[in-house]
Structures are given as structure tokens and as C-alpha cells.
Design a protein around this ligand. Structure first.
Ligand SMILES: NC(=O)c1ccc[n+]([C@@H]2O[C@H](COP(=O)([O-])OP(=O)(O)OC[C@H]3O[C@@H](n4cnc5c(N)ncnc54)[C@H](OP(=O)(O)O)[C@@H]3O)[C@@H](O)[C@H]2O)c1
Length: 240
């Protein structure tokens, strides 16, 4: 497909993991990519990897004023991808303070909400938005109350936006476990053991790579008919 050539794609969370892999794939298809994250040095490193004429803007998704300024600077564009997120908080509800629980929504839910609010007026009518969920909404394990709640909220928000912002298409990707810096709060040996153990339980016999999910984001930009959909790419996690 040629339809990403010369399209302007904004990727919030583009400095690492799934967002960075998506930026590289979109550039390989001829898009002009703008990556956004909260950390300038991580952005600079990512821009070197992406190459081409990509640009980066340091913006904290939890700061409404910075987000408003970001989209004023960017102006009109074609597609928004939102993959910003932080390390997971896994704990049972009885052990979770309400302050921690409320704050955990700030990046992944309220950050995405703020991004959509200020980005939507800048997105072309033929353009689209792709947001991020996670398989915890369908298959939460013990201790996943917050992650499952955010993912479910994001899926509902995406469907609501598909109606409210039409004809702009709004879809959401729900990944299973993917090898990225999201898991960097676990020691390397425990992390590798976790990847192996989870991978062995899955029909595809491995956990995912960021590139597996990048293909999904790019597919949702390229296809021109689907909207309001949650695309689950989880190596079969939901089946086992
Ligand atoms: N990896 C998985 O197994 C998995 C599974 C299901 C769902 N997900 C979801 O997929 C999304 C992407 O995760 P990933 O695995 O690619 O993680 P990652 O490699 O840690 O990437 C997270 C991105 O978010 C940015 N970010 C964090 N806080 C920010 C803030 N306040 N403002 C702006 N940007 C911010 C980070 O950049 P800076 O640090 O430079 O700000 C980074 O670019 C997340 O929502 C995650 O929950 C991941």
C-alpha cells in the first residue's frame, strides 16, 4: 500500500518500545514522523535510530498546557498514535492506596484523553487515531485490577471517539506481553525467565517483539474502513 507516503504521523510515546518500532516502520513507508515523549535525551537517541527527517518534541502527557502547545506547534497532520505508558503497578486492591490508583490513570488514560482533545482538530478528515490498550482488559491475572481497568476504559473511550470524531477513524491495539522497557523494573534474569515462561504457555510459543505490534499500528493507519475496533495481538494469550 502506498497510502502512508508523505503522511504526517505523530507518535506520542515514540522514544522507545512499541512507539519507536512503529515510528521506524512508518518512516520506511514514506511517512513524516513526529515523536513525542517526556525526556529530551531519550527522544534524541530515538531520532538518531529513526533517521530520515523525523523530529521530536519533549512533552509530558500529564501536563495539559504542554499538550495544548504541542499541537499548536505541530499544526495539521494525518495520524495520531498514542503509546505513552509507564512501568506496571501490580497489586491487589486491598493493598493499593486510592491516591496510587487514581494517579496510575494519569499517563495512559488521562494522557490519551488530553492528546485526543487537542489533536483531533488538527487531524485530516481521511486521517485516524490509534490508541493503546492491553490484554489485561480481557484476561487479567491476580493483581491486575488497575491495568485491566485502564485498558477497559481506553477501549470504551476509543469506541466513543470513533463516533464523536467521525469521519476520523479511531481504533485501539491490545497487545499481550511484549519485550520492551515497560518491564525494566524487573531484574534482567527475572525478566528473561518471565518471557520464557509466558512464551511457553502461548500457542505461538514466544512473547511478542515491539515490531509485532508496530505492524498492527501501521495496518490500522493504512486500512481505510475499520473504526471503533480493538485489535488484539497477543500470541494467543486470550485463548489459553
Ligand atoms: N510491553 C508490553 O508488554 C505491553 C503490553 C500491553 C500493553 N502495553 C502498553 O503499550 C504502551 C507502550 O508500552 P511500551 O511497551 O512500548 O513501553 P516503553 O518502551 O516503556 O514506552 C513508553 C513510552 O512512553 C513515554 N512516556 C512515559 N511517560 C510519559 C509522559 N509522562 N509523557 C510523555 N511520554 C511518556 C516514554 O518516553 P519517555 O520516558 O521519554 O517519556 C516511552 O516513549 C503502554 O501503554 C503499555 O502499557 C505494553
Amino acid at each position: 500500500m502506498e497510502n502512508l507516503k508523505d503522511k504526517k504521523v505523530v507518535i506520542i510515546g515514540g522514544s522507545s518500545g512499541i512507539g519507536l518500532a512503529t515510528a521506524k516502520l512508518a518512516v520506511s513507508k514514506g511517512s513524516k514522523v513526529i515523536i513525542v515523549s517526556s525526556n529530551q535525551s531519550r527522544l534524541d537517541k530515538a531520532l538518531q535510530e529513526i533517521g530520515n527527517e523525523s523530529v521530536g518534541y519533549a512533552t509530558d502527557v500529564t501536563n495539559e498546557e504542554q499538550m495544548k502547545n504541542l499541537f499548536e506547534k505541530i499544526g495539521s497532520f494525518d495520524h495520531l498514535i498514542f503509546t505513552a505508558g509507564e512501568n506496571l503497578i501490580l497489586s491487589n486492591v486491598e493493598d493499593t492506596s486510592l491516591e496510587t490508583a487514581r494517579n496510575y490513570f494519569n499517563i495512559r488514560f488521562w494522557g490519551a484523553f488530553t492528546a485526543v482533545k487537542y489533536a483531533a482538530p488538527c487531524i485530516s478528515a481521511a486521517g485516524s487515531i490509534v490508541l493503546t490498550s492491553g490484554i489485561a482488559s480481557n484476561r487479567p491475572n491476580k493483581g491486575w485490577a488497575l491495568g485491566a481497568s485502564i485498558c477497559s476504559a481506553m477501549e470504551g473511550f476509543s469506541r466513543a471517539m470513533a463516533i464523536e470524531l467521525a469521519p476520523i477513524r479511531v481504533n485501539i491495539v491490545s497487545p499481550g506481553v511484549i519485550k520492551t522497557e515497560l518491564w525494566s523494573n524487573i531484574s534482567e534474569s527475572d525478566r528473561e525467565a518471565m518471557y520464557t515462561n509466558i512464551g511457553n504457555t502461548l500457542p505461538v510459543k514466544r512473547v511478542g517483539e515491539a515490531t509485532d505490534i508496530a505492524k498492527t499500528f501501521v495496518y490500522l493507519l493504512e486500512q481505510e474502513y475499520g473504526t471503533g475496533q480493538t485489535l488484539i495481538i497477543d500470541g494467543g494469550t486470550s485463548l489459553v
